[in-house]
Design a binder for this molecule. Structure first.
Ligand code: GLU
Ligand code: MG
Length: 467
C-alpha cells in the first residue's frame, strides 16, 4: 500500500535514514541521478532531477519548483487563475521512497513520484497526487472502502526521425498481428525486461488496432500506486524506444482520423478485503454497493471527461464505433459502452471483477482522473444510486427516440462541452478542491484557444509528440 501520509519539512518519519541508505545502494549500482516526477494539470509529465548523493536532502527538505506549472499548457504557454499562474512562489517536491524505481531503460537513473508542499509545510492545493491520496484515505476512513486500480496503456511506435513532425509507423503488420509482433521483437523484449526489472507486473503486451499501435496492461494496485505506475511505465516505454531509434506517442489521436490511444481505467471497490463487484446478488454478481458505485461513475461521465479526456486531441479519439466508449451506457464485456463490466472468468471472479472506464486517455493526469472517478463512484455508493438497464451492442445504432427512452446520451463531443459539464458538477469539482478545479477550467480553456481554427489533422499534429 502507498503511504498516505503528507510530507513534512525535515522529512516523513524514517525517510531521511532510508534515503541515506538508498543513495549509497543506488550509487553502488551505478545510479547517478534521481528523476523526481509529477504530472501537471494539462497532463504533461514534469520533472526535476537530483544527483543520487542529494536524495537524503530531497527526502528531508524537498526540491524547489515553481507552482506555475499547474497552469502550463501542453505547448508550455501559461494561463492564470485567481491563485495560480503567477511567477511568484516556490514549492517543495518530496519523493515517495516507497515508489522509487531504478530505471532499466535509462541506465544511470532512478525515478520517484513526488508530492508537493509549500515552504510552510502545507499540502499544495494544486498537487494531484495529494488530492488522490486524500480521497483514498477518506474513503477508507469514512466509508470503509478501499480500491484496486490499473490503467491500460496504448501507444503508437513511429520512426525516430519523425520527418517534418509526422508520424511514420515503425511497423507495418496488421492489428493483433503476428507480423507486427515479429517486426517489434527486439524492442518489445527489451521493454518487457525493463518493466520486469522495475517490478512492474505486466499482464500482457500486444499489437493494437491502429497503425504502429501497441498496448500493455499491468496488474492492479492501490489507486495512488496505479497512477504512479502509469507514469513510470510510459517513461520506460519511451526510454526503451529511444534506445531503439524509435519515437512513441501516447497522444489520444496520433492522426486526425481513425482509432486513437486509450488509457482505459480499471477500478474495483473493496470492503473488508472483499471485492464488491463479485459474489453479490445483483446483475453479473455485483453487490448493491457496486451497482451504485458504477451508477455514480456513469452519471457523472459528461463532467468527468474534462479530467479524463483533457486535450483537444481527446475528441478526435472519442468517436462512435472506435471502442473508446462515447455513450453513457454500461454493459458486460461491451467494448462500445463507456463503462464495461468485467466479471472475470469463473474461478477468478473474487479477485478479477472490476469496472472499466473507457473514455479516459493518456493526456489525462492519472492522479486527477482516478480521484474524480472514485469521487463520482463514492457519491453513487453513498446515495444508493440506481444503475439503469444494461445496453449491449453498439449504442450508435439506437434510434434517437429509443436512446432517449433508455437514457442513453452521447458524451461531450468537444473539450468545450466537457468543460461546460464540469462547471456544473459539484461533486467532481469538489473532489479536486476549488484551486485545482479552477486550474482545470483555465487550462482546458487555454487548450481550446490554442487549438482554435485547426482542422483534425492540425489538432493531431499539434499534440502528437506532447504526451
Ligand atoms: N484504442 C481504443 C481506444 O481508443 C481501445 C481498444 C481496446 O479496447 O483495447 O480506447
Ligand atoms: Mg486496447
Amino acid at each position: 500500500m502507498t503511504t498516505l501520509a503528507d510530507p513534512v519539512p525535515g522529512g516523513r518519519p524514517g525517510d531521511v535514514e532510508r534515503a541515506t541508505a538508498l543513495s549509497a545502494e543506488l550509487t553502488g549500482r551505478g545510479v547517478h541521478g534521481v528523476v523526481l516526477s509529477y504530472v501537471d494539470t494539462a497532463g504533461i509529465g514534469r520533472v526535476k532531477t537530483v544527483p543520487t548523493a542529494k536524495l537524503a536532502a530531497a527526502a528531508a527538505w524537498g526540491v524547489g519548483m515553481s507552482p506555475v506549472f499547474d497552469t502550463f499548457l501542453a505547448d508550455d504557454s501559461i494561463v492564470t487563475t485567481d491563485v495560480l499562474g503567477s511567477p511568484d512562489g516556490d514549492l517543495r517536491l518530496y519523493p515517495d521512497l516507497d515508489r522509487l524505481a531504478v530505471l532499466a531503460g535509462q541506465p544511470g537513473w532512478a525515478w520517484a513520484p513526488v508530492d508537493r508542499i509549500t515552504q510552510e509545510g502545507e499540502p499544495h492545493p494544486g498537487c494531484g497526487r495529494t488530492v488522490l491520496r486524500r480521497i483514498v484515505a477518506d474513503a477508507a476512513e469514512r466509508h470503509g472502502v478501499t480500491f484496486r486500480a490499473a490503467i491500460e496503456i496504448e501507444w503508437a511506435v513511429g520512426r525516430g526521425d519523425r520527418p517534418g513532425g509526422a508520424f511514420v509507423p515503425a511497423v507495418t503488420g496488421p492489428a493483433y498481428g503476428a507480423v507486427r509482433q515479429v517486426e517489434s521483437s527486439d524492442y518489445a523484449a527489451d521493454l518487457l525486461a525493463a518493466l520486469a526489472a522495475q517490478g512492474v507486473d505486466v499482464e500482457q503486451l500486444h499489437p493494437e488496432y491502429a497503425p504502429g499501435q501497441f498496448e500493455v496492461s499491468v496488474g492492479a494496485l492501490d489507486p495512488v500506486a496505479a497512477a504512479d505506475r502509469s507514469v513510470l511505465v510510459r517513461q520506460t516505454i519511451r526510454a526503451v524506444a529511444i534506445r531503439h531509434g524509435l519515437a512513441v506517442s501516447f497522444s489520444p489521436a496520433v492522426l486526425g482520423q481513425g482509432v486513437g490511444n486509450g488509457g482505459h481505467l480499471h477500478l474495483s471497490a473493496w470492503r473488508d478485503g472483499v471485492n464488491l463487484h463479485s459474489g453479490g446478488g445483483r446483475r453479473y454478481g455485483m453487490t448493491a454497493e457496486a451497482e451504485s458505485f458504477t451508477a455514480g461513475v456513469l452519471a457523472r461521465l459528461p463532467a468527468l471527461l474534462a479530467v479524463t479526456a483533457p486535450s483537444p486531441a481527446s475528441y478526435l479519439r472519442l468517436r462512435p464505433s472506435q471502442w473508446a466508449g462515447v455513450f453513457t451506457v454500461w454493459g458486460r464485456e461491451t467494448r462500445e459502452a463507456a463503462v464495461r463490466i468485467v466479471t472475470g472468468t469463473t474461478g477468478q471472479r473474487e479477485r478479477a471483477a472490476n469496472l472499466e472506464v473507457k473514455p479516459v486517455d493518456l493526456a489525462a493526469n492519472p492522479y486527477l482522473a482516478l480521484a474524480c472517478v472514485i469521487a463520482a463512484g463514492l457519491d453513487g455508493l453513498t446515495s444508493s444510486a440506481a444503475l439503469p438497464d444494461e445496453v449491449t451492442g453498439d449504442p450508435v445504432r439506437l434510434a434517437a427516440a429509443e436512446a432517449a427512452a433508455r437514457g442513453v446520451r452521447r458524451l461531450p463531443a468537444s473539450l468545450a462541452e466537457s468543460v461546460a459539464e464540469f462547471r456544473e458538477d459539484e461533486v467532481v469539482r469538489a473532489a479536486l478542491g476549488p484551486v485545482l478545479a479552477d486550474a482545470v477550467i483555465a487550462v482546458r480553456e487555454g487548450e481550446i484557444a490554442a487549438a482554435d481554427g485547426l482542422d483534425d489533422d492540425g489538432v493531431a499534429a499539434a499534440y502528437r509528440w506532447k504526451y
